[in-house]
Design a protein around this ligand. Structure first.
Ligand code: NDP
Ligand code: HSE
Length: 445
């Protein structure tokens, strides 16, 4: 049986997971794909760094060039992370015509088109199944399995760290910092965990899904991003009381064309909204029960209708599964001489555009901290009414101790810019104290 020689750069959480998984399942994979996959070289930064799974010292090197430049290495895996040296490593491999497998969503988000172009130019390919939603094979789903669909809506819980933190905050009332430390210990968080908790990792992944679904590369800067750092136990409690669960949700929606009535919209034009932020999800919706490190991606398309993909979104083993799937594809493409059989990304929309957040609409949850005085609620509702925003429910809990009381308003569907204008006016009412919290409510209509 032919052997495909693999070189890996990075042997940390995911890298050691890949090394271990291949040791466990190389025979199974060989039986399935008719090729033996063997990792002959692994570049790391320090020999004595502790690793979740051991890597044979005989394959380790501290010089990544030895991996990329070794003529015996046919496929390169990049599991270093970040947007600096990882880009140089990948380009160096692609320039040598070597297929590259990566899990690096930050790099794809920042430099995807450049890397895809390099792969095309040098007659090879870039594989990135592990970059979104850990073990869930979502890249293949969006790019290949749903190729015959128009995709209208994507809702993703795509950051395992945040979902783990939110789950434990809701379930145990645990403190944010303690739970984050656990997520780091378990290998879920990025090397820089602010990428997770400030929503940027979820935005990298949501942007990749949006790009694949809509045919133009979505820039990170065009995505409205909010993280979970500002969420308080109070918001989690009130959301629960109202029948909702707060999830960090990546949302991609097609915006209906505004062209002349009866005129068919151009297939090359596509307006979408793309956002990431803490969102109230109704408890009866399936995404509300996606807990711990699990991720889920809900995709609605035509003709398929609603679909759901669920699995572990981070960690050494789940992510290794996605890398192995890419390795099998890369090996088979090498074997059959079909490097561009499934190109990494096919741009096919020339006038695609992400609309600004201000133009989007949703229902809202607004928590205010107010002095318990006559007329305060009347002033707030007058501002909302003038702004054309309709309140669907209001709570002011009894028996709240302290100078101020929380007031929670739920609105009907409203334009975001109008909502922001009302919030700014409400903040000027002298009896409204402290920072307010505005969160979108998603009804999945
Ligand atoms: P780690 O920090 O655990 O591992 C990074 C590895 O890169 C380490 O082995 C490190 O070496 C090595 N490294 C760093 N710099 C160099 C260098 N200059 N030359 C050679 N090796 C180097 O990160 P993860 O495994 O968690 O993440 C890797 C990638 O996978 C990232 O892109 C991440 O976003 C992505 N990812 C991570 C997931 C997860 O659950 N952790 C899930 C999905 C994707 P040393 O060990 O000696 O320090
Ligand atoms: N830090 C990421 C997460 C790893 O928590 O989801 C998986 O991409």
């Amino acid at each position: 049986m032919d052997q495909i020689n693999i070189g890996m750069i990075g042997g940390g959480t995911v890298g050691s997971g890949v090394f271990h998984a291949l040791q466990q399942n190389a025979d199974l994979m060989a039986a399935r794909i008719g090729l033996r996959l063997g990792i002959g070289k692994v570049a790391v930064k320090a020999f004595d760094e502790p690793r979740p799974y051991p890597i044979s010292p005989s394959v380790l090197t501290l010089n990544w060039h030895e991996v990329v430049e070794d003529p015996a290495v046919q496929v390169v895996i990049e599991l270093v992370g970040g947007t600096g040296i990882a880009r140089t490593m990948i380009l160096a491999a692609l320039e040598r015509g070597k297929p590259v497998v990566t899990a690096n969503k930050a790099l794809l988000s920042a430099h995807g088109p450049e890397l895809f172009a390099a792969a095309r130019k040098f007659g090879t390919n870039l594989y990135y199944e592990a970059s979104v939603a850990g073990g869930i094979p979502i890249i293949k789903v969006v790019r290949e399995s749903l190729v015959g669909n128009r995709i209208d809506r994507i809702y993703g819980i795509v950051n395992g760290t945040c979902n783990y933190i939110l789950t434990r905050m809701k379930r145990e009332g645990a403190a944010f910092a303690d739970v984050l430390a656990d997520a780091q210990r378990l290998g879920y968080a990025e090397a820089d965990p602010t990428l997770d908790i400030d929503g940027h990792d979820a935005a990298h992944k949501t942007g990749i899904l949006a790009s694949l679904a809509h045919g133009f590369w979505v820039n990170h800067d065009d995505i409205h991003v909010e993280g979970i750092r500002q969420l308080t136990p109070l918001d989690i409690r009130f959301a629960t009381q109202l029948g909702y669960t707060i999830k960090l949700l990546g949302i991609v929606k097609t915006v209906p064309p505004t062209g002349r009535a009866g005129k068919k919209p151009s297939p090359a034009a596509n307006r979408i909204s793309v956002s990431v932020g803490p969102t109230l999800v109704p408890d009866h919706h399936v995404l509300a029960s996606v807990n711990d490190v699990f991720n889920a991606v809900f995709i609605s398309g035509s003709p398929i209708g609603d679909t759901l993909y669920y699995g572990r979104g981070a960690g050494k083993d789940a992510t290794a599964s996605a890398v192995l799937s890419d390795l099998a594809d890369a090996a088979l493409d090498l074997r059959h001489g079909t490097p561009q059989r499934v190109p990494a990304f096919v741009p096919h929309v020339t006038k695609g555009r992400v609309i600004p957040l201000a133009e989007t609409s949703s229902r809202f949850y607004l928590r205010l901290d107010v002095m318990d005085r006559p007329g305060v609620i009347a002033k707030i509702s007058a501002i909302l009414s003038t702004g054309g925003i309709s309140i669907s429910s209001i709570i002011q809990p009894e028996g709240h101790e302290g100078e101020t009381v929380p007031v929670i308003l739920m609105t009907h569907t409203a334009n975001r810019a109008a909502m922001d204008r009302c919030c700014a006016a409400i903040a000027k009412i002298p009896a409204v104290k402290g920072p307010s919290r505005l969160l979108p409510v998603e009804d999945f209509d």
